[in-house]
Design a protein around this ligand. Structure first.
Ligand SMILES: [Zn+2]
Length: 248
């Protein structure tokens, strides 16, 4: 494991494991994030790696449709070895373009053939290439966004799954949360974490925007919605609404 200086982490402060202990109060207990989570017959697998220990997720519908959330370094290889037989990842949903979330985006598109959905077209300013360079982290290869969702919130249908994307700027201008109501789960990227929120001192960040949009778009989801963030452990919307110190 690579040791990381706290100042380059995208989280405002490191979250406490105590939050994980309270998860049962808000929904089904998962089976641990190194394994497979079964919710409403949906499978969700988590992959965590890269210099900033970014979370990528694989969501498999009962019909076998596969969606990936974010593209941390090494995720393309991991997917090739962990996909069910004959399964194909058709969609990659990006929560935002910061370099740690898009390291494998180009490789996933070219080797797995998935189409990339994001808020905005690819931009080196959004991936923070110059920051990656100055921190000694490899810059992600350029990639093409096939579907841009710049016009606000909306829906994407994939193999029996109805996904809702929610624009939640503040950590970055292009932050999207991906919500799957039928499974009571939301992928929040670096906007909202268990016990914390995303840092807002990077280009395009705004603490006022972040808190406002988290309250409007995320805390309005059902309290038993499981929150799967871009870094760190999972939580529940109800837990964050009650106890997240950055939202009180
Ligand atoms: Zn970020």
């Amino acid at each position: 494991m690579v040791s990381i200086h706290k100042s380059i982490l995208p989280v405002v402060s490191l979250s406490s494991n105590a939050f994980a202990l309270k998860k049962q109060a808000f929904g089904l207990q998962n089976e641990g994030w190194d394994g497979i989570v079964l919710r409403m017959r949906l499978q969700i697998k988590q992959y965590t790696d890269g210099p900033l220990m970014c979370n990528g997720y694989l969501v498999i519908s009962p019909e076998g449709a596969c969606v990936a959330i974010d593209a941390p370094a090494g995720f393309a290889d991991w997917l090739r070895h962990n996909l069910p037989e004959n399964a194909k990842v058709t969609h990659l949903f990006l929560t935002h373009q910061h370099f740690d979330h898009v390291s494998d985006a180009e490789e996933m598109a070219s080797r797995l053939g998935c189409e990339i959905h994001a808020c905005s077209p690819y931009a080196a300013e959004l991936t923070l290439q110059s920051h990656a360079r100055s921190w000694g982290i490899p810059e992600p290869p350029r990639f093409r966004v096939n579907r841009c969702h710049e016009s606000g919130d909306g829906k994407v249908q994939v193999g029996g799954m109805e996904w809702t994307f929610l624009h939640v700027p503040g950590h970055s201008p292009d932050s999207l949360a991906w919500y799957l109501a039928q499974a009571d789960v939301v992928f929040t990227g670096d906007a909202l974490f268990a016990g914390s929120v995303g840092r807002t001192d990077l280009p395009g960040g705004s603490s006022g925007q972040l808190v406002r949009f988290i309250r409007e778009k995320l805390l309005s989801l059902p309290p038993n919605t499981e929150l799967l963030p871009g870094h760190g452990p999972s939580s529940f919307i109800g837990e964050e609404e009650m106890n997240n110190p950055f939202l009180s």
